[in-house]
Design a protein around this ligand. Structure first.
Ligand code: AKG
Ligand code: FE2
Length: 262
């Protein structure tokens, strides 16, 4: 996978654009988020404290500093997300702050994914194949590994080697629609490990619920194809998707493809 070093701005913009077009995924280092903040979350978290109801309704009681550590981490990741958003805007030939307004009341969140080890890893998946619905996902993973990304060139599943200190970034469905398919939201999944449990911490960078999503006018000109998507409301889309996620449905869960102009 392409590793992007956040240093020289011109090179950086070109590399990010290239990675978004070819893979939909890239890793960043020199990102400015102190690693000890991430380690604090990884080390202190006890999987028994991560029952879904507790995550939704209240903060785990122990360790007592968890809430503050998690909030501080989210603030750091928010800063990084805005930096990446601006670089992505620049790589699309837009003004750096072109997309910032959509995130004025952004509804981003951090999730802790815990994958217990499993003696028959070939029989189960940690997380089924999916695309992320939001704008960007910035993922920290521990050293165990298991994330696989669908390579665009041949559709093969490729394992992402853990790179301590790097974040894995992928563009979600919203960037796909904004860029009128220039940057695609790529499928990924998680394999489980037979011996080791795994923790991953994604930060989902989501715009305000009320925004309408459609291809940006700037991505449509005489040389590019006409808009490929009808406009949709992000909040309604996300709520519908979330309600139906992980359920066996008679029809496919909502996807941006359903807004595609055919
Ligand atoms: O755990 C991982 O490596 C990926 C998690 C993921 O794709 C997600 O939470 O959407
Ligand atoms: Fe994901």
């Amino acid at each position: 996978m392409i590793v992007v070093i956040l240093t020289d701005i011109g090179v950086l913009i070109a590399e990010i654009g290239n990675a978004c077009e070819k893979w939909g995924f890239f890793q960043v280092i020199n990102h400015g988020v102190p690693l000890e903040k991430l380690e604090r979350l990884e080390v202190t978290v006890d999987p028994d404290d991560l029952k879904p109801t507790q995550l939704i309704n209240c903060w785990p009681q122990s360790p007592p500093e968890f809430k503050e550590d998690a909030q501080e981490y989210a603030r750091d990741l928010e800063k990084l997300a805005f930096k990446l958003l601006e670089l992505i805007a620049l790589s699309l030939g837009l003004a750096a702050d072109r997309l910032n307004g959509y995130f004025k009341d952004h509804a981003s969140f951090v999730r802790l994914n815990y994958y217990p080890s499993c003696p028959s890893p070939q029989l189960v998946l940690g997380l089924n194949r999916h695309k992320d619905a939001g704008a960007l996902t910035i993922l920290a993973q521990d050293v165990v590994g298991g994330l696989q990304v669908r390579r665009k060139s041949d559709g093969e599943w490729v394992s992402v080697r853990p790179n301590p200190g790097a974040f894995i970034v992928n563009v979600g469905d919203i960037v796909q629609v904004w860029s009128n398919d220039k940057y695609e939201s790529v499928e990924h999944r998680v394999m489980v490990n037979s011996e080791k449990e795994r923790l991953s911490i994604p930060f989902f960078f989501h715009p305000a619920h009320y925004i309408m999503v459609k291809p940006l006018e700037e991505t449509i000109d005489d040389e590019t194809p006409p808009p490929k998507y009808n406009e949709y409301n992000w909040g309604v889309y996300f709520a519908t998707k979330r309600k139906n996620n992980f359920k066996k449905l008679p029809v496919e869960n909502i996807q941006v493809a359903h807004f595609k102009i055919v």
